[in-house]
Design a protein around this ligand. Structure first.
Ligand code: SF4
Length: 364
């Protein structure tokens, strides 16, 4: 299991009494601890601002379970975000968190366990609805699991909730804790995948493509349902051949029958993020290409480029297996039709489609 360098622990007043904070402190002996007030910024040694070596234990006062905000004017999948913390110890050049979060350090919400009852009540109050929930929106689901032990309590909790699934999305191969767990039901382990070139040049400190796929294979053999996300797809000379080779590697190791869905999304960014990326990764090639502003203010590749990328990948995926639940992330009806040959037409219908896959593929 890959461990990341944590050089200090910042603990906000009040968090030290939470059981999760106590467990984390026991797992990290010998690391200097500083007590800080809520919202008090600790002096950061990281001049570029993300402070990925400081672990901040803090109580979260917002809603732990929230719908993914989606994006205006595009078809969205109706995902629910479980807020476990923000930031991640890896460092993808394109990570939207660089402009989204205004507080540095790896933030862990120490009162998460206490709030599971409330989360359970929300899920139980709508028994006919399927809650597709993930922790991988504002952090990586597994990269800090060796410290936080999130999966120790999230797996048993969600595997008992019959109208929910928990999707744990990662770019690591850190599956040791989940493999040891006896809880499999309603747990989906998800990998973000990209070509070896993009992983090497843009996804700093993440696991290699092969080790992600081998970890996925181990999870599949251990009885977990899998999903994959090709997001962001990056357009560069040779992308077609290299994404094809990436898919070939996936096909070699993974049985498509228990893949619940595969999403495709292209690189997109708000103008603020471009400025931050250029500052943190000078000389990056990520902005090479033709981008146009979308309805939501984000820049995306010019439409014919997106359609070509989605079409090529989806056709190749279809050859592998014709029932992989391929969907597009934050795209419009006409891009769906031109790329995949069909469209759910609305966010509600995409939700129904993905819910039906949960009913059919996730063992009860
Ligand atoms: S793994 Fe995810 S959360 Fe972490 S830096 Fe990369 S994109 Fe951001």
């Amino acid at each position: 299991m890959k461990q990341f360098n944590i050089s200090r622990i910042l603990i906000e007043e009040g968090a030290e009494h939470d059981p999760l904070a106590k467990k984390i402190l026991r797992r990290l002996p010998n690391i200097p601890i500083e007590t800080v007030g809520p919202d008090e910024l600790a002096p950061s040694g990281d001049i570029k601002g993300m402070d990925k070596e400081s672990l901040r234990l803090m109580r979260f006062n917002g809603e732990f379970l929230k719908p993914c905000p989606g994006t205006r004017g595009y078809i969205c999948c109706g995902y629910q975000i479980l807020n476990v913390g923000t930031n991640c110890p890896m460092d993808c050049s394109y990570c939207f968190l660089q402009s989204y979060i205004n507080q540095p350090s790896l933030r862990i919400f120490s009162n998460l366990e206490d709030n599971l009852t409330v989360i359970g009540e929300i899920i139980d109050s709508s028994p006919d609805r399927i809650f597709r929930i993930g922790t991988g929106e504002f952090t990586d689901s597994l990269s800090l699991d060796y410290i936080t032990g999130w999966t120790d309590f999230l797996l048993p909790f969600f595997s008992r909730k019959k109208n929910s699934i928990l999707e744990l999305k990662t770019k690591t191969s850190s599956i040791e804790r989940i493999i040891k767990s006896r809880h499999r039901k309603r747990i989906v382990i998800a990998w973000s995948l990209n070509t070896p070139r993009i992983i090497a040049h843009q996804e700093h400190k993440t696991a290699s493509l092969k080790s992600r796929i081998l970890a996925a294979q181990k999870c599949q053999k251990a009885g977990f349902v899998l999903s994959f996300h090709f997001d962001p797809l990056i357009h560069y000379p040779g992308w077609g051949k290299e994404y094809q080779e990436t898919l070939e590697l996936l096909e070699r190791y993974i049985d498509p029958e228990s893949v619940i869905w595969i999403s495709l999304g292209s690189f997109r960014y708000l103008p603020d993020l471009k400025w931050i990326i250029n500052r943190r990764f000078p000389g990056t090639s990520i902005f090479n290409g033709e981008f146009v502003p979308g309805l939501d203010g984000k820049f995306r590749y010019f439409k014919p480029i997106r359609v070509e990328m989605y079409s090529k990948l989806s056709q190749r995926l279809k050859k592998w297996h014709d029932d992989l639940g391929v969907y597009l992330c934050m795209e419009s009806d006409d891009i769906w039709r031109q790329s995949l040959g069909w469209s759910p037409e609305s966010s509600a219908d995409l939700c129904s489609y993905l819910d039906s896959r949960v009913r059919n593929l996730v063992p009860d």
